[in-house]
Design a protein around this ligand. Structure first.
Ligand code: ADP
Ligand code: MG
Length: 247
């Protein structure tokens, strides 16, 4: 099986304060992986390093055997909804068309085919009828679907999503997870930061449990154990995990 992500001895800090310490793991191609851990564990930081949005202090990161720079157009990012400026005046369809830009190249204008493809992607996430709305007018679930459509429009090999289910209605959540599972089944690699533990075992094949250091990584059965989780979270887990347990 081909390795999609290889991280070794990764250290990241902000102004001298360590956010990630000596993190190493590999993820195979075609997996749907959850990154879990308490608030401030470095989950978003890890995604941003994988996307080359922030600098690492040291360590190695390879995506499909290549450097992040070489893979830039092959990776899509759906940022945390709270980090997006929803007052920015842009329509739904234009937001999705922006996703086609990595493949367009600089200075090239989108053509009809890009617009048609953007519409296909909106249809896929179930909100084609909202194409002319301003993104700020949408509900949380609709906004998240727009950004998933934008990622799909990019036709990437890998998807990185940060807390995609926060502030999202149940129908949107189900739609999004079913699309992510479909992407995985078609061989794409999907990495999702997810802080709500209640669904983690239904949604993911593998979990990366983080608290600055890598606490555990492996299939869900291995990581989703009370004794393992309590090494990352400072609360005790009941012996039956599931109902309503979150960070
Ligand atoms: P998580 O996503 O797991 O909640 P983050 O990766 O956002 O955690 O943050 C990890 C740590 O790094 C936290 O202590 C946070 O306060 C700090 N941090 C994150 N971003 C910045 C930044 N831009 N500048 C300074 N510190 C930051
Ligand atoms: Mg975060």
């Amino acid at each position: 099986m081909k390795t999609a992500i290889s991280v070794s001895n990764l250290f990241v800090s902000y102004d001298g304060s360590e956010a990630l310490k000596n993190v190493s793991f590999t993820v195979d191609k075609g997996k749907l992986v959850g990154i879990i851990g308490p608030n401030g564990a470095g989950k978003s930081t890890l995604l941003k390093v994988l996307l080359n949005l922030i600098k690492k202090d040291s360590g190695r990161v390879e995506l499909l055997g290549k450097s992040i720079k070489e893979m830039k157009t092959k990776i899509a990012y759906v940022p945390q909804r709270s980090s997006i400026d929803w007052d920015f005046p842009i329509t739904v369809i234009d937001t999705v068309i922006l996703g086609t830009y990595p493949n367009l190249g600089i200075f090239k204008r989108p053509k009809k085919e890009h617009k048609t493809w953007a519409h296909e992607c909106l249809k896929k996430v179930g909100i084609a009828e909202l194409h002319n709305r301003q993104i700020g007018e949408l509900s949380g679930g609709q906004q998240q679907r727009v950004f998933l459509a934008r990622a799909l429009a990019q036709k990437p090999e890998m998807y990185f999503l940060d807390e995609p289910f926060v502030g999202v209605d149940v129908t949107s959540e189900e739609k999004i997870i079913s699309i992510l599972k479909e992407l995985r089944d078609s061989g794409k690699t999907v990495i999702v930061v997810h802080h709500d533990l209640s669904k983690a075992s239904d949604y993911f094949n593998e979990l990366i449990l983080l608290n600055k250091e890598l606490i555990e990584h492996g299939n869900v059965e291995r990581v989703f154990q009370p004794d393992v989780l309590s090494r990352a979270y400072s609360i005790q887990f009941p012996s039956i995990i599931g109902e309503g347990v979150s960070s």
